[in-house]
Design a protein. Sequence first.
Lengths: 322, 287
Amino acid sequence: MTAITENSIPVTARNTKDEMIAFGLMTALLLVVPLTGVYPFFVMQALCFALLACAFNLLIGYGGLLSFGHAMFLGTAGYITAHALKVWGLTPELAILVGTAGAAGLGIVTGVVAIRRQGIYFSMITLALSQLLYFIYLQTPFTHGEDGIQGIPQGHLFGIFNLANPTILYYVVLAGFLFGFLLIFRTINSPFGEVLKAIRENEQRAISLGYKTDQYKLLAYILSGTLAGFAGSLKVFVAQNASLTDVHWTMSGEIVLMTLVGGLGTVFGPVVGAFVIIAMQQYLAGFGQWVTVIQGVIFVVCVLTFRRGVVGEIAHHFRRWL
Amino acid sequence: MQALYAQLLVGLINGSFYALLSLGLAVIFGMLNIINFAHGAVYMMGAFVAYFLLNLAGIGYWPALIIAPVVVGIFGMFLERTMLKWLSGLDHLYGLLLTFGLALIIQGVFQNYFGSSGLPYSIPDELKGGMNLGFMFLPIYRGWVVVFSLIVCLLTWYLIERTRLGAYLRAATENPTLVRAFGVNVPRMITLTYGLGVGLAALAGVLSAPINQVRPLMGADLIIVVFAVVVIGGMGSIMGSIITGFTLGVIEGLTKYFYPEASNTVVFVLMVLVLLVKPSGLTGRAA
């Protein structure tokens, strides 16, 4: 039995001061977006996917677990939030809460099954579990099958903020993203995060040091799924629908792609990757199926020549100059 | 009862494809330490090569049964030599990501040219019609698929477990460096193994063409079910893959008869149950 990752997921040395500066820059940039005339829906969508990719990255980058089923959290939370808004008539904050809690519950149930195997098997199991959910959502009436849940009322957050206003919605989504991002940042810098990294590097050693590694992995999995669900709940307000595409395995693949492009195991990589991939989909929308081919090519090129991703590559070269 | 037997037969046919595909996955994983996500895509390519042979060159089913796996196998060896080779020594996960990318490329290209609808491929004349077995009507082609798949599976088992070449292969799986020291060309064996696994998938594709039609996405969902089959059976044993594949196909067929709503999900549910009871899989070693 070998270590989960054999040290080959690039470990990028980190510098807290650099990260603080980068975080400040990112926040400042994102705060001024509505003033620049950039299409806000594009940025909102990218922010939701960025949070989703960050949640995915928590699992692969710091726990060494490649989930190929993260779309199930996105889709589940999306369906629940949409249903809560439209059918139950809940307020936005409650709908987000219910959706995120649903994803957390799903994380507990699937996590208990998935963490029983490691490495490649973990990926196959998460993929199979998400496909199981896909078929369930295809058949249950509340998801409205192929049509999805459409025409979702956006409502007023806390009774004050009118989410139908794009600028207000933008800042709400941004606040949600920053909240999730900081939570992940805090997690990877905590003692819990250190143990996760120890498990990634050498699970046997972590076990022999007395850590119950399964519990750590399960907790990381649930946290990752919950945050992915939170992103899914936010996305409902942006897209105003919840559909089967959010649960499909192609979506799980896109989440992996975003993180891979940005840099596995880097703090900002998933954010950069999400913006790159969403922008690419936006600009290449006219090419139809070729987008799939291009995504495949990016996968191949990244794995063969660019395993650190954009952010990992930048950090690596910076270090060399210093 | 007629309907039950019919569903059992459908189950056996699906089981044949599960067995052929999971067998190939297990053989490839043994030598390359890669889970071949492109397995569904090469299965589809097998069916398309048979379709091209018939419609562009007038070459029928029987030659296609040999030519298609060879052509796709060579394509697989090309992929191994140009790309997968560079991943040896890296984490398993990169192999999964690379082959996922390859699957997207292959399926995307075919979708561009052929859309998502199915192209017909007719049953060869020799296997048309059916037999009345008294308790059910057996379409000859369907019976042929089950019997032929079983024979191919058993031949593969024999090749790997009982021949000298298979012994080299198993030895190289355990300790490639030592086998190389004995003068065996291990990199070439790895390439051939990948070709063999891919060829088996392509063969399954040809067999399924007359039953399921030829579609660019015919392998995309199938591969996920096969992954579940692999998780249930474990990849430790060749015979285990074969038995698990056929068994799950039959269980799926029975579900279609008794509780059709669950026929899409029964394999995944079984996977969950097996993981809860015996995490290493039915025949697998701990991984």
